[in-house]
Write a protein that binds this ligand. Structure first.
Ligand code: ZN
Length: 131
């Protein structure tokens, strides 16, 4: 299990972490298996989607904001309930197959750390296990 340190720069951000995860996979030396990526935070998440056109993840962030506005008459006194809700919608983990010692992502896919209450210093746990 490896822990990646990530600094986010905005309240809402989709940060492409594919390269950092790929480095963990390469170092693990596992030919065939699974890579699990886990975000141990309650106001962030992780998602797989298009990495070719950055407008895609900008649209995703915009749509999540529309669905779960920052101001929404929430009860939670910390004032960041929207971030908690988005974290649940997006999810805290993804799994990617490992084939030939590499992430078997689709051509257009990337792995994104999804920040919903930044900027903050965050952690991502990455584990590679045999199939
Ligand atoms: Zn909170």
């Amino acid at each position: 299990m490896q822990s990646l340190e990530i600094n986010t720069h905005g309240r809402g951000q989709a940060l492409n972490i594919t390269g950092q995860v790929a480095q963990v996979v390469a170092a693990a030396g596992e030919g065939q298996g699974w890579c699990r990526v886990y975000v141990p935070h309650t106001t962030a998440g992780v998602a797989i989607n298009e990495a070719a056109d950055p407008d895609v993840m900008a649209d995703v962030l915009m749509t999540l904001e529309r669905l779960v506005p920052w101001q929404g008459g929430y009860r939670h006194a910390e004032g960041n309930s929207a971030a908690h809700v988005k974290s649940i919608l997006v999810g805290s983990s993804v799994q990617v197959p490992v084939s030939g010692g590499r992430l078997a992502l689709g051509t257009w896919q990337g792995i994104f750390f999804m920040e919903f209450d930044g900027p903050r210093r965050r952690r991502v746990l990455v584990d590679v296990s045999p199939a």
